[in-house]
Ligand binder design. Structure first.
Ligand SMILES: Nc1ncnc2c1ncn2[C@@H]1O[C@H](COP(=O)(O)OP(=O)(O)O)[C@@H](O)[C@H]1O
Ligand code: SF4
Ligand SMILES: [Mg+2]
Length: 341
């Protein structure tokens, strides 16, 4: 097994608001090894982007974090912001959801690349910088003839590919890709997934691939983590989790992709809760077809289902933690009582 590059434990991230904070990430733990891809899935609003951004130290002002994000020998939450900034690029890369937010409209693609390399690879010769940039762009299907053009001269899909090339030119050790293919057509999506696969094979990159597309996870990920309402409710080998999902939410997600091509997961009744005041105990209990009395009264404890496969759901025990009678089905009225408590 390869080295653990990123080791996250008990991570919490919240946004300050006028009233109570939004607890977007509420105690998650996972690790990613060199050359491994972890897919992070879940409906929108479950905290995936917040989790991705916390790793890069890119949460907006007014937000806060606790827990540990260990990158090699450093806890990114404990070191100075300046040090985190210097790791961004060569060590920690990010591919954003919206490409236009990061390309400067006044600056050519060439300048974007040269500046990035100048900042992070000061010893590299001009010539080498140019070669590396053109190679990264070529890998994304952007020909050298377009090097001196401005962002507005490219289509949305091309800008997205340029952004990816810009993140990849530094060969980051950890790459967070947040819905990198959502806005793209299927062909470009395939190209990007191929490039991400090459990247981890050739450079041992640890990849966190955030997506709501379970097809992508099945195709591109070694392991998968399922996020619901700020928690990782299940994680394990992608094949195992797909073949034998343990958590009712994972099952619901998998059922919802029966109709491929839809991007929203409207087949799960209800919606993820507000993260200001989520349901007590198991956060999924108001939507769960298997909910039991214990689910509305006691926070589920993470249990091991199989090797490397864990879930946070009372269906999987531990049985000695379930109070007497706690395993009877939850009645509708009881949900309301538990929520008010
Ligand atoms: N800047 C912000 N300020 C306050 N709340 C935010 C901010 N960004 C996201 N949120 C809230 O945090 C929760 C998680 O959001 P996000 O991490 O974007 O989830 P996902 O990527 O899974 O859709 C949501 O309830 C969202 O409304
Ligand atoms: S803990 Fe209970 S409510 Fe939550 S997912 Fe499991 S069975 Fe459903
Ligand atoms: Mg998101």
């Amino acid at each position: 097994m390869t080295e653990v590059v990123l080791d996250v434990s008990e991570l919490r991230a919240w946004y300050g608001t006028e009233g109570d904070p939004v607890r977007a990430v509420d105690g998650v733990s996972f690790e990613i090894r060199a050359g491994e891809t972890l897919g992070l899935v879940g409906e929108s609003g479950c905290g995936k982007s917040t989790l991705g951004r916390s790793i890069l130290g890119l949460l907006p002002e007014g937000s806060a974090t606790s827990g540990e994000i260990r990158y090699r020998d450093r806890n990114l939450l404990a070191i100075a912001p300046k040090e985190v900034r210097s790791l961004r690029g060569p060590d920690l890369g990010l591919i954003f959801q919206e490409p236009m937010t990061r390309l400067d409209p006044l600056v050519t693609i060439e300048r974007h690349f040269m500046e990035t390399l100048k900042t992070h690879e000061p010893d590299m010769s001009e010539r080498e910088k140019r070669t590396q940039s053109l190679e990264a762009l070529a890998a994304m299907g952007i020909p050298p003839t377009r090097f001196k053009q401005y962002p507005h001269e490219f289509s949305g899909g091309m800008r997205q590919r340029i952004m990816i090339a810009l993140a990849l030119v530094l060969n980051p050790k950890v790459l967070v890709a947040d819905e990198p293919t959502t806005a793209l057509d299927v062909i470009v999506e395939g190209q990007i997934l191929g490039i991400l696969a090459d990247l981890r094979r050739n450079f041992d990159t640890a990849l966190l691939l955030i997506t709501h597309n379970l097809g992508i996870v099945a195709e591109a990920c070694d392991r998968v983590a399922v996020m619901y309402a700020g928690r990782i409710v299940e994680q394990g080998g992608a094949r195992t989790v797909f073949a034998e999902p343990a958590h009712p939410y994972t099952r619901a997600l998998l059922d919802s992709i029966i109709s491929l091509g839809t991007t929203d997961l409207r087949y799960i009744p209800g919606a993820p809760p507000s993260l200001i005041d989520p349901p007590p105990a198991c956060r999924f209990h108001p939507r769960c077809p298997n909910a039991m009395a214990v689910c509305a009264s006691k926070f589920p404890i993470e249990t091991r289902v199989a090797d490397g496969h864990r879930t946070e759901c009372w269906l999987h025990g531990p049985d000695d933690e379930i109070p007497p009678g706690g395993d009877r089905p939850l009645e509708r009225g009881e949900i309301a009582i538990a929520e008010e408590a």
